[in-house]
Write a protein that binds this ligand. Sequence first.
Ligand code: NAD
Ligand code: WQD
Length: 339
Amino acid sequence: MKAKILITGGTGYIGSHTAVELIQAGYEVEILDNLYNSKREVLGRITGITGVEPKFHEVDLRDLAAVRKVLEGGEFQTVMHFAGLKAVGESVEQPLRYYENNVGGTINLLRAMVETGVKQIVFSSSATVYGEQEVAEYDETMTTGMKLSNPYGRTKYMIEEILKDVATSDPEFRATILRYFNPIGAHPSGLLGEDPNDKPNNLMPIVMKVAAGEIPELSVYGNDYPTEDGTCVRDYIHVVDLAKGHIAAMEKMGGEQIQIYNLGSGRGTSVLEMVRAFSEASGRALPYKIAGRRAGDLPEFYANPGKAERELGWKTELTVADAMNDTLNYLRKSCGVEI
Ligand code: NAD
Ligand code: WQD
């Protein structure tokens, strides 16, 4: 057995897929989550895929004493920190809740790590920290924290800065910051996927609801952007590729105290191309209408993933078409959707 890893937010969408990859790579995994946006049954799904049931701590990161208890005696080598709230629009309406949960929760986690001598953290950051830039291809050398359009993005930026300060205070502390682009898809087993308790905000969970007949049609937010077909372009990354990126990044820790990597494919796909890809995978046209622009959306951005490839030997292997097939498989197998 390799080292023991604590996954905060490990019953959530990306955390659960990463738990599977870690277990399959031979790591021992424990999960901490308050189940705000995920379900306990995910633990059984992880066991179904891996044959191993991870130890689970139903704990809220805002509860310092409870977090400390998990860390004490846990002998964790690394914490992978996924837990957080992520709805951009909601963060505009409830900024204090977002700062309290995401920034406050992370401060508690770091405090408990410092107190218990856990020195490594891998943090789920986001391409959103780049804000609005002059170019569409983002690389890690670009400025962050400027022209951010919402409090959610600012929580990610602030946490990145906090991690740098903690590193300055302790030469043994290591943090790897992973800036995800747009995660999509599901585990190929059909047992794990994106299943939020909250109202979905991102494109794919909404597409899934349209496919399931729970929403009549997708509203495509704007077709008058300066892109090829007028709809916004994003860099969609399969969640299994993303999960593997975490392991590659963690296994490289030990050198520079702060490491930062974009995790994306380097390819842009428009909203209408996404609609077409889902329709092709399902064999049925996905109903959609063109709606007005959504506030805060940028026309186009995608990753320059070169640094992760050079330094971690990691790049995406799966395509948008793979993600669509895996999403459909998950809808059919785990959500009872006939499509
Ligand atoms: P998710 O909502 O599925 O998972 C997050 C998990 O954290 C949930 O299970 C939730 O219950 C838990 N959680 C939230 N607040 C908590 C708290 N105070 N204490 C304990 N648990 C708490 O989201 P996800 O898509 O898996 O995202 C994981 C991480 O990646 C988040 O930090 C998110 O901001 C970041 N991220 C996500 C995306 C995306 O598009 N999905 C993109 C970039 C970054
Ligand atoms: C994708 C595209 C929409 C819904 C957000 C966060 C970012 C990161 C990922 C966490 C956009 C369009 C969407 C719909 C649509 N999250 N769309 N109709 O906005 O690129 O990024 O999630 O860190 O920080 O900002 O992702 O999935 O919301 O949208 O037309 O009903 O789909 O306009 O072009 P986004 P998204």
